[in-house]
Each structure stands twice: as C-alpha cells, then as structure tokens.
Write a protein that binds this ligand. Structure first.
Ligand code: TPP
Length: 641
C-alpha cells in the first residue's frame, strides 16, 4: 500500500503545516489505510481510531505539540497521533512484545505525557497541567480529547466541577460518536444529543417561536426582545448552557470529519480567552463499512481480512467470560430476582446473550465503576434481589472504596464476577488484572474463589448465588474446557486434591493448574512425583486440606498469574504463619513487583519466569536428586521472582 504523504512526513521532508487542505484529506485516507493494514494483522482499537483521524490531524495542524499538550482520554483512539509523532515506522509492531503500545506511553515519546488506559482521567490531568503551567508561568495550550462516554465518567464530572475561574488556553475536544463500546447511556448523553444545528432541533425552535408569536402578550415580547427570547428557546435544545454553567464556552456541534471546518474552528479557539469545549460529531468506524455498521464488534478488533473486514479464525472454543455469560443467562431464566450490572462492558464481558434475553435485568451504568458497585449494593438491600456485578479486574480498582463501604461492610449478598483477572497481553500495563487479590483479601466478609476450568466456574456461580454473601469469583480471558458434566455446588472454603504425590506440593491458582500438570510431567522424568492441590477458595482457605498437605510435604510451591505483592503466595505464607506451620521451603511463582508492559501473555509469562520449564528448573534446583532431599536454600529458590 503506497502512502507517499505519510512517507514524506515520516522522512521529515515536509511538515504537516505545509500541507494544503486537499493534501490533508489525502493524508487522512492514507492514515486510515495504515491503521487498517496494521490492525488487520495485530488487532486493536479499530473503530474509535478510524473515527478520530481528521480531528487528530486538525489538532496537529493548528497546535504545536509537545509545546502545547494533547492528552487523549483512555487513549485507545491515539493511533493517528502516534503515526504523526514519529511512530509510523514502528507502527507495524503495535501492541506486540517490545513493540509500540496501543495506548499513551511516555517511554515511547515526549508526545505522550502520561500512561493512560483507564477512562475518565484526562480532564483532571489536563486541569492539573494547566494549573502547573500557570504557576510556573509557562507557555502553551492544554488540550483534553474526550469521547462522549468518557465524558460521563464520575472523575470527569468531578473535574468539570473544579474548572477554575481564570482558566485560559484550555480546550476540551468532545469527540461525540454516541457510542461507548456499546451505545452510550445516561442523561448526559441525552443533553449532548440536543444538537443546536440539528435540523429537527432547529425546526422545533422555529415552531416554538411561531407558536409564541401568535399569543398576544408573547408576540409583543418577541418583537421587542426577539433575539434574547429566541436564544432562550434555543437553549432548550442546545447542550451549550450545560457547559456554560461550568465555565466552559461551548462551540458546536462541528462535523468532526470536515478538516477545513475543524482547522478554521481550532484556529479561532486558539485565541479564546476562556476555556472552551468544542463538540464534534464523528462516525465510529469511518472508512470500513463493517465497522460503521457494527462499531461494538470493531471496538477492540481481532485480526481481520483487509478486503472483506471479516474477522480471521474466530475461535469457537469457550472462554471463561463466554461460559460466564452463557451460565448467568441460564441462571437468570430460572431466577427472576437475578440482575446483572456492568460498567459499560456488555460486549467484553460476554453479556450480549443476557441483555438480549433480559434487557430489563441487565443494567449498563456507563463507565462508572464506583456507582456500579454502590448501586448494586443497594439492589442487594433486603436480600430479595440478586445482583451480579460483572467487572474487569483492572477497572475494579476504580471502585475499591465502594466495595469496602457499600458491599463488604453491609454484608450485601452480591456476586462480583471479576473478568480479565490475569495478564491482558496486548493491552498492556494499564489493563493487566493482577492486583485485585491484594485488595480483595483485605476485605472482611468477602468470599474469594477462582475456578481452574469452565465447569468449576459454573459450579462456583451456582454456589455464590445460594450463599447470599459478598462473593467474588475471578477468572481470566482465556480458553478453557466447559465439560457438560453434572454440576455440583461447592462447599465454601473447600479445595480439591487433584493428584497425590510426595515431597513437593504444587498449589496452582485457577488456570495455573495446567502449568502445574506440565511441571509435574517434567518433574516425573526426574523421579519427583509432586502432589497438586487446587485451593479454589482463597478466602477462606481450606484449613484442613492445606494444613495436612503442608505438614506432609517438604517443598511447597504456589503458582499464580497475579502480582507477587499480596497475591496467593503471600496469602499462603500468612496462613502458614498463622497456623504455626513451618514448611522446609516455600516457593512463590508469581508476577514480579514491577509494571509489565504489552505482548502476548505467553511472552510476558516467560519474561516473568512463569512458564513450566522455568518453574520446574527452579524446583529441581532446590532438590538434591541423589539424596532426594532439599538442598540448602540459595537466593533464587527461597522466594519467587
Ligand atoms: C475505567 C475504564 N472503564 C472501562 C474502560 C473500557 N473502555 C475502553 S474505551 C471505552 C469506551 C470509550 O468510549 P468513548 O470515550 O466515547 O470513546 P470512543 O471509543 O467512542 O471513541 C470503554 C468503556 C476503560 N478503558 N476504563
């Protein structure tokens, strides 16, 4: 695919500002082509990026980055910005191990001031940067780029409430495509859709004015104060007053694909003495008809065929989230008191089947994790409804206090289905769900479990709903077996002996059972026959089973896809301490206490030493194979990574 304008820019033969409008339009086409080409191979946030090309180009044309500062909320729509800021050549490595990130990443470029990936942070960050700029008497504009769904976030609204009076050189670009990942929800969305220049709104304004002019008293008023009355009536159908009450001047709505108009408007707004919001209307998926017609499926797109747009080899194998979605729908069919809540993640959390079957019992609260948990806590009040909150591990971090205050403290009978628990490979550092055990375990009254396969997930879901207590089940986004066997409910706090051996005890968490069996195979070849126990419940732990097993083995090994800090390993260490158990040696295999970036999970696990080969080598290095006894501890085998 030839992209001559992109190549000229990349080789610094020309600057963007030297382009004519026609050339910019051609450049937009070439950038879309580049995004499609790379994402068809690597996957990524396709629809949002296709919709943001002209807006980003126009901003780069008018402003001077990085002297001016541009922050993208969530930053999933940042690809054009990356391409324009010297990362076109490396764009082929997007989301790959050691390649460039799919999100804002300061280690890549001074054009990405912050790590970003969680929605709603950018308005606050931008206000903070503007304050810093003013205190230090620095130059430059601060520009916050927000999608309409990120604009609804609580954090964004807290920032709106804190716009200082004397703020200037501050621009909020509201990229309104009426979509979150699914259709955007909430009352602010309704305010935004009262479009001043929308023909229906204009017609409505005209009709109201005509009707008023026929009433004698109002007809006179109109004649005298025509302009003012007309404006007040227009306000009824415009989002402008909403923003103006917060101190933001409103411009728009503007066609977010009209480069000429955008450049003209941005150039004017550059001179504004007040903070301004420019409300732009864009089409999510622009340039790929499949994405336009199905923006939700192409939000986070898997690799696809460039010509047809169809996804390549869609896997038919069940994953933990798919099994969750299917099971909870079946359970809801039998239990009319079951409600599912999601903070804007219907697709990712596999809730499409549920929302189709039970639209009134699927509550999408928007990107509002804290509200989601507190609201669900109240649904659980009286114990006659059964709320199930389905939330990604990494986004649950936004709602820690709500979990503490409105669920655990109240002993609310609520199921927390924690999706994407574990590494989330290509999305990288902001999206790994590897810290939740550290804070979940600190919550009194919370039951915590992790299934090793699909069947156990189903059994735990049934158990949780019978239990009627705060109950968290965490699971990763990976394939697993479903096993349509007869389902049993599980006794809370009961683990399972999977295979009996001697000397070495392997305690894998959830899907790490697979790794444990691989490790076992390798150890068997060396004459070591380890025991494997699946703890299933992390809180409460199975005291009897674990105590006996720890006392009867010499080397105790925990395996988990969670941070070493506060994960299963530390839970087990504390268990040993509390119950006066002193295993000869305790090995914890977990993710290291540093931020892990993007790549395939397999590559990240290998980097962290969590692959079967490394694990078995480390276990073997702790054993004197001739004596069949533990060797004296040395550094790398006393405690994990
Ligand atoms: C705190 C948080 N919750 C959920 C998400 C998942 N997420 C990523 S993008 C997105 C939708 C964003 O919609 P919008 O801001 O309107 O941008 P668009 O994709 O429509 O351009 C969501 C829910 C997230 N990144 N952060």
């Amino acid at each position: 695919m030839s992209s001559p304008l992109l190549e000229e820019l990349g080789a610094h033969r020309r600057t963007l500002k030297s382009f004519s409008i026609e050339e910019l339009e051609e450049l937009a086409t070439q950038i879309r082509g580049r995004i499609l080409q790379v994402l068809s191979r690597n996957g990524g946030h396709l629809a949002s990026n296709l919709g943001a090309v002209e807006l980003t180009l126009a901003l780069h044309y008018v402003f001077d980055f990085p002297q001016d500062t541009l922050l993208f909320d969530t930053s999933h729509q940042i690809y054009t910005h990356k391409i324009l800021t010297d990362r076109n050549a490396s764009f082929d490595t997007l989301r790959q191990y050691k390649g460039i990130s799919g999100f804002s990443h300061p280690e890549e470029s001074p054009h990405d001031p912050f790590f970003l990936g969680h929605a709603g942070a950018v308005f606050s960050l931008s206000l903070g940067l503007a304050k810093r700029r003013d205190v230090l008497q620095k130059k430059g504009h601060v520009i916050a780029f927000l999608g309409d769904a990120s604009f609804n976030c609580g954090l964004t609204l807290e920032a709106m409430n804190h716009i200082p009076k004397n703020l200037s050189r501050f621009l909020l670009v509201l990229n309104d495509n009426a979509m979150a990942i699914s259709k955007n929800v909430g009352n602010i969305t309704k305010i935004l859709s009262r479009l001043l220049n929308n023909p229906t709104s204009n017609r409505l304004t005209q009709e109201i004015l005509t009707a008023f002019s026929k009433i004698p008293a109002y007809g006179d008023l109109l004649a005298k104060k025509g302009q003012k009355v007309s404006e007040s009536i227009k306000n009824l159908v415009s989002p402008a007053p909403f923003f103006e009450q917060f101190g933001l001047s409103y411009t728009g709505p503007v066609d977010g694909h009209d480069l000429k108009k955008l450049i003209h408007t941005f150039s004017q707004l550059k001179e504004a003495s007040t903070p301004v919001v420019i409300h732009t209307l864009t089409q999510k998926g622009k340039g790929l008809s499949m994405a336009i017609h199905n923006p939700s499926s192409y939000h986070g797109a898997a690799p696809f065929d460039l010509t047809s747009g169809k996804f390549l080899c869609p896997s038919s194998k069940p994953t933990f989230p798919k099994i969750f979605g299917k099971t909870i729908t079946e359970m809801a069919a039998k239990d009319p008191s079951l409600f599912v809540l999601t903070p804007a993640m219907i697709e990712g959390a596999s809730l499409k089947e549920f929302v189709t079957a039970f639209p009134d019992r699927c509550i999408d609260v928007g990107i509002a994790e804290g509200h989601c948990l507190t609201f669900a806590g109240a649904l659980a009040f009286g114990r006659d409804l059964h709320p199930v909150v389905c939330i990604y591990s990494t986004f649950l971090q936004r709602a820690l206090d709500n979990l503490f205050h409105d669920i655990c403290l109240q002993k609310a009978p609520l199921l927390l289905a924690i999706d994407r628990a574990g590494l989330n490979g290509p999305d990288g550092v902001t999206h790994h769900g590897i810290y939740d055990l550290a804070f979940l375990n600190a919550m009194p009254h919370l039951i915590i479990a992790q299934p090793r396969n699909g069947r156990l997930l189903k059994e735990l879901l049934h158990t949780a709903l019978l239990e009627k207590k705060p109950f968290a089940i965490r699971y990763p986004n990976r394939e697993t077996e479903e096993e349509d066997l007869f389902l049993e409910t599980r006794e809370v706090g009961k683990g399972e002996l999977l295979v009996q051996g001697e000397k070495v005890l392997l305690l894998p968490l959830g899907h790490m059972v697979l790794e444990a069996f691989e490790v076992r195979e390798k150890l068997l070849k060396e004459g070591i026959c380890p025991t494997i126990i699946d703890p299933i419940f992390l809180k409460p732990l199975d005291k009897d089973l674990l105590t006996k097993a720890i006392l009867s083995h010499e080397l105790i090994v925990t395996l988990e896809e969670h941070s070493i800090m506060g994960g299963f390993g530390s839970i087990l260490s504390h268990f040993c301490f509390e119950h006066n158990l002193h295993p000869s040696r305790l090995l914890h295999f977990a993710l290291p206490d540093r931020f892990l970036h993007h790549g395939a999970n397999r590559e990240l696990l290998k980097e962290a030493g969590l692959d079967a080969e490394t694990i078995s080598q480390k276990i073997l290095s702790c054993i004197d194979l001739n004596q069949r006894a533990l060797v004296e501890p040395h550094d790398h085998c006393t405690l994990s990574q």
